[in-house]
Design a protein around this ligand. Structure first.
Ligand code: PBG
Length: 325
């Protein structure tokens, strides 16, 4: 039966009718807010390449997290910028390191907030790579020990969930084993499972001071051309004990979010990354598009593709937007 019996426009006639037929919805509880915390910083500072996002001191971090939590955002994802870097990224697992301090403070000040920590070495290594070098290569198995130490130090500080973003082979299993051995059986593990070597991390590397000093991340992060390989990465991480898996970036991998959602029963999260955020911000500033509408459309597309949760720098704005949309 077709036109004129069927008229699709009937479902679009008024705002109320459109709302009644809306298939995909978002609210504050869909979002996770990434936060940058800097050792020794006073106050907070703007990030040029990410308008609206700031690097935080411990004090301003708590303020920002409280705001997010009061808007209904259930979780934050923490990234730390240490004062000193070295070849082995030792500050990443320091007991009194910046992330460890931030986790303790967040859990004390906002007990209900779920605290997730990014587990990676690139903000802590002098060379900016996500692991320990052997010559010019990132050595997989040595890096696993480093990652175990980082994850353990985060769990000790009270992190609810650790999120390895390094893309080494076997890291999920290695971290799970280390956590369980020390009694952290309940610490959740979110794996950046299908993480692509992407140009869209550019602004983040500015923000986190984590640009590799030489080469690129293509020997560990995935090529964006490979969908079946992405499913294998996810499968392996689930076998190794990941509680939830992530696809990253989001907008250039909507097909993979959808595929992963169909294929696996585990929660599939998506990271709407810095470049995806900043390009809309930039176009919005130039007056080339409506920033708020572009934000909403992007986030809804990620949800429609199948993302169970979305990590986004827009979490606070989006929580407000969708509360009144
Ligand atoms: C650390 C890490 C990166 C991002 C999250 N964790 C950068 C990278 O892999 O180079 C990117 C996040 C973003 O762009 O918003 N490995």
């Amino acid at each position: 039966m077709s036109y004129p019996t069927n008229r699709m426009r009937r479902m679009r006639k008024t705002k109320g009718i459109r709302a009644l037929f809306q298939e995909t919805r978002l609210s504050a509880s869909d979002f996770v807010l990434p936060l940058f915390v800097v050792e020794g910083l006073k106050g907070s500072e703007a990030i040029d390449s990410m308008p609206g996002v700031r690097r935080h001191s411990l004090t301003s971090l708590i303020h920002e997290a409280k705001q997010a939590y009061s808007l209904g955002i259930p979780a934050v994802l923490l990234f730390g910028l240490p004062k000193a870097k070295d070849a082995l990224g030792t500050q990443a697992y320091a007991k009194a390191g910046i992330v460890q301090k931030a986790v303790r403070l967040l859990k004390k000040e906002i007990p209900g907030l779920v605290v997730i920590t990014d587990v990676c070495a690139c903000e802590y290594t002098s060379h900016g790579h996500c692991g320990v070098l052997n010559g010019k290569e990132v050595d997989n198995d040595t890096t696993l020990v480093l990652l175990q130490n980082i994850a353990l130090s985060h769990a000790e500080a009270g992190a609810d969930m650790v999120a390895p973003s390094d893309m080494m082979d076997g890291r999920v299993g290695a971290i799970r084993k280390a956590l369980d051995k020390d009694g952290y059986n309940d610490t959740l593990l979110l794996s950046y499972a299908a993480k692509f070597a992407s140009a869209f991390y550019g602004p983040f590397r500015d923000a986190a001071d984590s640009t590799p000093a030489f080469g690129d991340r293509k020997t560990y992060q995935m090529p964006s051309t490979n969908a079946r390989e992405a499913m294998r990465e996810i499968q392996l991480d689930l076998e190794e004990g990941a509680d939830a898996v992530m696809v990253k970036p989001a907008l250039t991998a909507l097909d993979l979010i959808a595929r992963a959602k169909h294929r696996f029963l585990a929660p599939v999260w998506a990271y709407h990354v810095s470049g995806e955020y900043s390009m809309i911000k930039a176009a919005g500033k130039l007056g080339w598009l409506n920033e708020e509408a572009a934000m909403a459309e992007s986030l809804l597309a990620i949800k429609r593709a199948g993302a169970d949760r979305i990590i986004t720098y827009w979490a606070k704005e989006a929580a407000k937007y969708f509360a009144s949309a």
